[in-house]
Design a binder for this molecule. Structure first.
Ligand code: G1P
Length: 277
């Protein structure tokens, strides 16, 4: 019997971030800030707002700043306590005090599927969420994307991918799904392809970096051969679940910025800046 409640969120955070060189030479790409907050902190806050309290982070070499960020910083805190700057640390302090963080390292970069499999040791035998921090999501009025998905999990009890409509010419940047509409905004996935040529794309619905996965995904990943780009793809493992009718796609409510690209990063920065004004 599957555990009922999802409490853990996996963050694959081992990638090199080559599109942001030289900024990412010594700084993890997940620590690049949109305004004053690192991308990964936005992801962690989204997970917390969805009711999750355990953050499982798959890191790699050169990523120690992530662990330092989600920890106490006694010297700094001592310096600013009682000053007007104290409030600048209140959010991150709250996170550190109220969440559990666990880490493991991906030693070789063999794709997103491999990164998720590396996280098995932190997740165990229970359903879990995955956030790709470079897909930054926001909502003006509705619940956060992950909150929307957790509610769906309570109903469907299977793996869930968040999708959005994209121009067909962008198909080769995403996992693309096809399926049958079973409810408003919800499809039962029948096919999925990692980064297809636009002419081979099964639809214009692209997966964005929010997933709910059931734990059988780990055994499937162990048997999943390298796919697109010679990497082990989560999309291929999910297709195995989808063939058994066990994956739904959810057209989420909200905005999503591709902060893995400079254009998307600038767009997100402008959006959050004008929202704060
Ligand atoms: C990954 C996934 C892809 C998904 C995308 C969302 O690709 O492999 O299926 O559509 O994230 O951001 P990446 O952006 O890591 O190349």
């Amino acid at each position: 019997m599957l555990k009922q409640k999802i409490t853990k969120c996996l963050f694959p955070a081992a990638g090199y971030g080559t599109r942001f060189l030289p900024a990412t030479k010594a700084i993890p790409k997940e620590m690049l800030p949109v305004l004053t907050k690192p991308l990964l902190q936005y992801g962690v806050e989204e997970a917390i707002s969805a009711g999750l309290d355990t953050m499982a982070i798959v890191t790699g070499r050169g990523k120690r700043a992530i662990e330092d960020h989600f920890d106490r910083s006694y010297e700094l805190e001592h310096q600013i306590d009682g000053t007007s700057k104290e409030n600048l640390m209140s959010e991150i302090r709250g996170i550190v005090n109220n969440c559990k963080f666990s880490y493991t390292r991906q030693v070789e970069m063999k794709g997103l599927g491999h990164a998720i499999l590396t996280g098995e040791t932190l997740i165990g035998d229970e359903p879990f969420a995955v956030i790709l921090a470079d897909d930054l999501c926001d909502n003006d009025s509705d619940e956060a994307v992950l909150t929307q998905m957790i509610k769906l999990y309570d109903k469907y009890r299977c793996s869930i991918v968040a999708v959005e409509e994209i121009p067909r010419e962008d198909s080769s940047k995403y996992g693309v799904i096809a399926g049958d509409v079973i409810e408003d905004r919800i499809l039962r996935v029948a096919d999925m392809v990692e980064k297809p040529d636009p002419k081979d794309a099964p639809s214009n619905l692209a997966i964005i970096g929010r997933y709910i996965l059931t734990p059988d995904i780990f055994e499937i990943l162990k048997d999943t051969k390298a796919g697109k780009g010679g990497e082990i793809q989560i999309t291929d493992a999910l297709l195995t679940q989808a063939k058994a009718g066990n994956v739904i796609a959810y057209k989420f409510k909200g905005k999503r910025f591709d902060c893995g690209s400079v254009d998307g990063f600038v767009e997100a920065t402008n959006y959050f800046y004008s929202k704060e004004k």
